[in-house]
Design a protein. Structure first.
Lengths: 209, 110
């Protein structure tokens, strides 16, 4: 019987592929958007596409259908759909395949919309510069503390559906305070994809940080 | 629900280090904020080893706490995400551990 030290992460293969993706993105600003199904990720990106047009490319991850990519291209941005066929998150290999299918010429900002899920996507580097978490008022204000692994890693948090303030119970100050406890440097954007409120500040962040 | 995918990667890592020798034990560490469920990971790793190699090694998964470096200089560990710095009470901190998982060691037959 022999004991062999290993000290290796099973995520290293994904990390190597993510590093390759980072090279292929060629210095563009790249974001990995993570939120629950129905939190409004695609609606926010439609508003974003309306402002950025051809300067934005979106890599859409869904379990099934190309519906989301179609919603983006309608606004003049480029989009490519990844159908995971059941997988609950994107990995760097899936994104590498998507990069092959999209022309990034003239693109300044790339947003990868992950599969709707607050758990699994947080552990997979896709080659992004920053993770962006999306929450929304009807989901309730405990999401950051219930899913800390994501909110510890998210450089920015979008609180969507602010148009529902006063209709649903939601303590936005609590959410902001919890997000800052989990990541002292986090940027929080309060937006409504429905009315367009707050979208300009978010798009400014995408373009310049 | 991504533990089976990770088990696949673990099997690859273990096989590389075992270099053909039968594996009797796998020791892993899972960080409190890795987003990985230790029990599910152990179950998936055992199941995958059984089906792929016909042998079931002892799989030990140790949960390790998050490690935080506070701006005040204190380094502390906790399993709780909202655990303030025990010295200054603040959250101006950086997570420096407990966010990943690793295969620490394996045991093989000679």
């Amino acid at each position: 019987m022999a004991r062999i030290p290993v000290n290796e992460s099973p995520r290293e293969r994904n990390a190597r592929m993510a590093a390759e993706n980072r090279k292929r993105f060629g210095g563009r600003r790249v974001f990995n958007m993570i939120g629950s199904p129905g939190s409004g990720k695609t609606s926010i990106l439609e508003r974003t596409a309306a402002l950025l047009g051809p300067a934005l490319a979106v890599i859409e991850g869904d379990v099934q259908t190309a519906l989301d990519a179609e919603r983006i291209t309608r606004h003049g941005s480029r989009a490519v759909q990844i159908e995971t066929g059941g997988a609950c998150h994107l990995n760097a290999e899936m994104v590498a395949e998507a990069i092959e299918k999209i022309d990034l010429d003239g693109v300044e900002v790339v947003v990868i919309e992950n599969v709707g899920n607050l758990v699994c996507p947080s552990g997979f580097d896709l080659g992004e510069d920053a993770k962006v978490a999306v929450v929304s008022l009807p989901e309730g204000d405990e999401k950051p503390v219930k899913y800390p692994a994501l909110f510890m890693r998210a450089a920015a948090v979008i609180v969507n559906k602010t148009d529902l303030a006063g209709i649903v119970d939601y303590d936005i100050e609590r959410v902001k305070a919890d997000c800052r406890k989990l990541n002292a440097d986090v940027r929080v954007f309060e937006v409504s994809a429905k009315t367009g409120a707050g979208i300009r500040e978010w798009v400014e962040y995408l373009r310049k940080g | 629900v991504h533990e089976m995918g990770l088990a696949r990667e673990i099997l690859d890592v273990v096989r590389k280090h075992a270099a053909g020798r039968p594996v009797t034990c796998v020791v892993m560490e899972v960080g409190a904020f890795s987003g990985v469920n230790a029990d599910a990971l152990r179950f998936c790793t055992e199941a995958l080893f059984s089906s792929e190699t016909g042998r079931k090694p002892a799989v030990e998964v140790r949960r390790i706490p998050g490690r935080f470096a506070c701006a005040c200089g204190r380094v502390y560990e906790s399993f709780e995400p909202l655990c303030a710095c025990p010295d200054c009470g603040g959250f101006e901190r950086e997570m420096t551990g407990g966010g990943d998982l690793r295969v620490i060691s394996i045991e093989v037959e000679d």
